[in-house]
Design a protein around this ligand. Structure first.
Ligand code: PGA
Length: 264
């Protein structure tokens, strides 16, 4: 795991965008795994800027979103379909047919639907670069505490903390849906490369447990310790509970010297 600590959210977003942009330039037919939430907003903003000002080309790229609320139509303003459309797809030259978000409007045959989503990922050649945020509970995607570390795309019941965190995206008289379709931990771990972003003190405990704690289903992000190519980009606040940060800095310096392609 390569841990990069930036001074603030803007620097974190620039660093993350540099990594994604370099991957897109190296492989124009890249398959990206997309996360939603507040954390990657700065990353998407910067990718849009690079598209507009530096001709970053998404025309050959394919995207798969991690998750979607079950029961929300794609056009609901809090759906992750809407999020991806608003923050990335409508602003860069991704082709509509290459954008995949789990369908929150399915209402039967859930297992078949989720298997079909996984089959689409496989047909695309697997995810080259998976972008992740982390919840305060340590979840990645909607893989809530106690999710199986071998889990695949499925319907998952949201934890109370997740419902509370996401309530601001819904109206005052609207409830957060109780369930979501989410890629599983097993699905995420099959991505060739993973980029985890975290910002703010409210994430510092989850981040420390994910990076330095034991691998446990009660902090599903800790399963990333099993993956050979994970880059974690944090701001100072999110990094504040890490015990080995001096070491991470030395690892970063040496990696940049010896294998700079790992940091791009
Ligand atoms: P956030 O959500 O980026 O809005 O904090 C992260 C997550 O819950 O995965």
């Amino acid at each position: 795991m390569l841990v990069i600590i930036e001074n603030n959210y803007d620097a974190l977003s620039l660093r993350a965008a540099g990594i994604v942009a370099s991957a897109v330039r190296k492989n124009p037919r890249i398959v990206l795994g997309l996360a939603t939430g507040n954390t990657p907003l700065g990353l998407y903003r910067e990718l849009v800027r690079l598209h507009c000002e530096k001709a970053l080309d998404f025309s050959g790229a394919t995207t798969f979103n991690l998750d979607e609320y079950l029961g929300l139509p794609a056009n609901h303003r809090a759906s992750f379909h809407t999020y991806v459309q608003d923050h990335l797809a409508s602003r860069v030259n991704l082709l509509r047919e290459n954008i995949h978000v789990p369908d929150g409007s399915v209402h039967e045959h859930y297992e078949e639907y989720c298997s079909a989503y996984e089959a689409l990922i496989r047909k695309a050649g697997g995810i080259d670069l998976q972008i992740l945020g982390i919840g305060k509970t340590g979840h990645i995607g909607f893989n809530e505490p106690t999710s199986s570390l071998g889990s695949r795309t499925r319907v998952k019941t949201l934890a109370p903390a997740t419902i509370q965190d996401n309530q601001p995206n819904f109206g005052p008289n609207e409830s957060v849906p109780p369930c979501a379709i989410t890629m599983g931990i097993g699905t995420i771990l099959e991505a060739h490369r993973i980029l985890l972003l975290a910002s703010g003190a409210s994430k510092s405990s989850a981040v420390a447990q994910a990076i330095e704690g034991p691998i446990t289903s009660t902090v599903t992000a800790s399963a990333l310790q099993l993956h050979p190519d994970v880059i974690v980009v944090l701001d100072e606040d999110a990094a504040s509970q890490l015990r080995y940060r001096d070491y991470y800095e030395r690892v970063l310096q040496n990696t940049m010297q010896l294998t700079p392609e790992r940091v791009e």
